[in-house]
Design a protein around this ligand. Structure first.
Ligand SMILES: [Zn+2]
Length: 470
């Protein structure tokens, strides 16, 4: 009897806790819902599509991840959310969104990447969101899209056309849609609410909202952060409070400038930063091939407890993230522990439309006192290719010396096959000596692997900026 009572009591406690949680997520108690989207967001909260954070905040400027987008769309369509295994190698049954992700794949609403992953934590852009919404709510376009940054050759054209034709979005008053911009929670909410309920689509309302939205969103420039962690302040000057930080290689939108300061935004972070730490974002689209050396049965150098193939793969994968965040497309010759022949690496890069190639290596030498970074280019082939390779190598090496705080062994000419037998501007960079205790100690640390990745990414951005201005 006592047992039954305890059990019953337990159930009652659970139920009341549950009810409490339910009541605390009511729209009224969530802080930070922007008044201009109050109707739409409260509608989604009432429909239990979107919730506040555990601290009762809404955080309208936060990014939306692919997993969150799938979950919210899944709730909107009332899909089966029972957690289960999915076709993706990185989403198993323990993932909270696995049910919605699996259901959405079944319905053809979402797809993964060619390597079999879903990348649940990756942020979602406005273009990707348009594709998701168009498929989820079966919207149909008029083929008369007029955004000046979404041409018919843009892969997102048909989807942006669908959502625009259905009056789910009008884009920005300057005639753009900004398909590559990461979508914020408030923008996402607006699109989902309008897709679910046509009441929110009325043309007049929507234009009003859209114009208001644009008032505080007039982008005058796009830049890339070069600092490891850049302070974002409430005003232009170091005496102002720090309101956030931006990480390295992030692409940011600039809204206004004041002396050496720029007012920027990225996801939920918005404020003033020192313009000294911003460099131009390449204007055209580029595909950079990253080639982590060795792999599989070929470990490369091995010393001081490190294997070259592991270090360079790790650095390559971090650099991939940085470069993607900077708005560049990245092709990895390998992102797992596999081996490719040297000729294969070159061919894969060309086949995948890369326009430059960076091979990443770590050094070894019998004399353990030898240390530092160095970068190689090949003078073979046409003179402009050789010169571009030299510039690419110089930009990367310069960044490496600074970020790794290692000896500068310079940029050298060499006939290594991956940089010689290719038509692409190419560099082979050596990010330190595994055989040197001090270099190896650095390469064991996440901090320095990130620094090496940052150097490679920023060197590549420097190179594209140079190329575009020449
Ligand atoms: Zn190597």
């Amino acid at each position: 009897m006592k047992k039954v009572f305890i059990l019953l009591f337990g159930v009652i406690v659970l139920v009341s806790v549950f009810l409490q949680i339910q009541s605390t997520v009511s729209a009224q108690s969530i802080e930070g819902i922007p008044s201009k989207y109050e109707k739409e967001i409260n509608y989604l909260i009432d429909e239990e599509i979107i919730f506040g954070y555990p601290d009762q905040s809404f955080r309208p400027k936060n990014d939306v991840s692919r997993q969150e987008a799938a979950t919210m769309i899944g709730r909107a369509l009332d899909l089966d959310n029972k957690q289960r295994n999915t076709v993706f190698t990185d989403v198993d049954s323990y993932h909270y969104g696995s049910g919605y992700i699996d259901s959405a794949v079944d319905k053809g609403i979402i797809t993964g990447y060619p390597d079999g992953t879903f990348r649940p934590n990756k942020t979602i852009t406005r273009g990707e969101m348009a594709a998701l919404i168009s498929r989820a709510f079966t919207l149909n376009g008029h083929q008369d899209l007029s955004f000046n940054d979404v041409s018919p050759s843009n892969p997102f054209y048909p989807y942006v056309d669908d959502v625009a034709s259905a009056n789910v979005t009008t884009g920005y008053p300057d005639g753009t849609f900004k398909p590559n911009r990461v979508i914020t929670r408030e923008e996402f909410s607006l699109l989902v609410a309008r897709s679910m309920n046509s009441e929110y689509r009325s043309q007049q309302d929507q234009n009003d909202n859209q114009n208001q939205q644009e008032e505080d969103l007039k982008v005058i420039d796009e830049k890339i952060v070069t600092a490891d962690s850049l302070n974002v302040r409430s005003g232009p000057g170091t005496s102002n409070d720090v309101v956030g930080t931006l990480s390295t290689a992030s692409a940011v939108s600039v809204y206004k400038k004041d002396g050496g300061w720029a007012y920027v935004a990225k996801g939920n972070v918005e404020g003033w930063v020192s313009a000294y730490y911003l460099i131009d974002k390449p204007r055209s689209s580029h595909v950079i091939a990253l080639d982590p050396g060795h792999g599989g049965n070929d470990p490369g150098a091995a010393a001081n407890g490190l294997l070259e193939k592991e270090v360079v793969l790790d650095v390559g994968k971090i650099a991939e993230e940085y470069l993607e965040d900077a708005g560049l497309e990245v092709f990895m010759t390998r992102d797992t522990d596999i081996y490719h022949t040297l000729d294969n690496r070159v061919r894969l890069a060309t086949d995948n439309k890369a326009d430059a190639f960076v091979s990443i290596h770590a050094n070894a030498f019998p004399d353990s006192s030898v240390n530092g970074v160095e970068t190689f280019y090949s003078a073979a082939g046409l003179s402009n290719r050789a010169y571009s390779s030299l510039k690419l190598s110089q930009f990367i090496n310069e960044r490496l010396v600074k970020e790794m705080n290692m000896t500068n062994r310079g940029v050298k000419e060499a006939g290594y096959r991956v940089i010689k037998a290719t038509s692409l501007p190419s560099a082979l960079t050596e990010i330190g000596f595994l055989t040197n205790k001090s270099d190896a100690d650095k390469l064991k640390q996440v901090h320095y692997r990130e620094a090496a990745a940052r150097a490679i990414s920023l060197g590549v951005v420097d190179y594209y900026n140079w190329e575009e201005n020449n």
